[in-house]
Design a protein around this ligand. Structure first.
Ligand SMILES: C[S@@+](CC[C@H](N)C(=O)[O-])C[C@H]1O[C@@H](n2cnc3c(N)ncnc32)[C@H](O)[C@@H]1O
Length: 185
């Protein structure tokens, strides 16, 4: 999480799509007082929990909803942290394009996902997420879909992003965290 917060802009407007309980959104709002943060999630219970954490912090708010239905764009940064894998693969193009449309020209995408290698770390994650999404229902998700770092830059390019940078954030973790940073073309 600190590595992700460090890559958020210090000012302007940040949209977190699939913000869950609001950890990243709140961490960014606290670290960057000049940044205006909106957390969006389709799960009402998570948005209620996130909204209850805000307190007097003036630069963060949470809203139930999906990026595809977001009327207003113009964000300087869109963060997608452990969310894309919950979207069916056939919907990735439309979903990523909606994230692109939410950005101002030159705005940045922060996409944190799980890599498919090393295989043992990847399968450990698939098992954990299958339990969480399909068996226990802790996480709202329409399916589980993953792409490795060899595929993701081309998928992002096709969705209207350029200058994709890939960072391995998985060292020392049981999860093969990988971060893609890209700019709206
Ligand atoms: C694993 S949680 C990650 C939450 C948060 N980003 C974090 O890192 O703490 C995944 C979140 O994505 C949300 N989600 C699932 N499907 C989504 C979709 N199609 N669009 C946006 N958010 C979605 C879930 O409700 C859940 O809060």
């Amino acid at each position: 999480m600190p590595a992700l917060v460090a890559r958020a802009p210090a000012e302007g407007r940040l949209l977190e799509v699939g913000c869950g309980h609001g950890l990243f959104a709140n961490a960014c709002a606290l670290r960057y007082p000049q940044l205006e943060v909106l957390g969006l999630d389709p799960a009402p219970a998570k948005i209620r929990a996130a909204a209850a954490t805000v307190g007097p912090q003036p630069n963060v708010r949470f809203q139930e909803g999906r990026v595809e239905a977001l009327a207003a764009g113009g964000f300087d940064c869109v963060a997608l942290i452990d969310v894309l894998y919950l979207v069916p693969r056939g919907e990735w193009s439309g979903f990523l394009s909606a994230c692109r449309d939410a950005l101002c020209p030159g705005g940045r995408l922060l996409l944190k996902e799980v890599d498919v290698r090393p295989r043992w770390k990847f399968y450990r994650c698939v098992f954990q997420e299958a339990l969480s999404v399909k068996l226990l229902g802790h996480t709202l998700g329409a399916g589980l879909a993953f792409a490795g770092r060899d595929q993701m830059p081309a998928l992002l390019g096709a969705a209207g992003f350029r200058d994709v940078r890939v960072s391995d954030l998985g060292h020392g973790y049981l999860t093969p965290h990988v971060l893609y940073e890209a700019e709206r073309a």
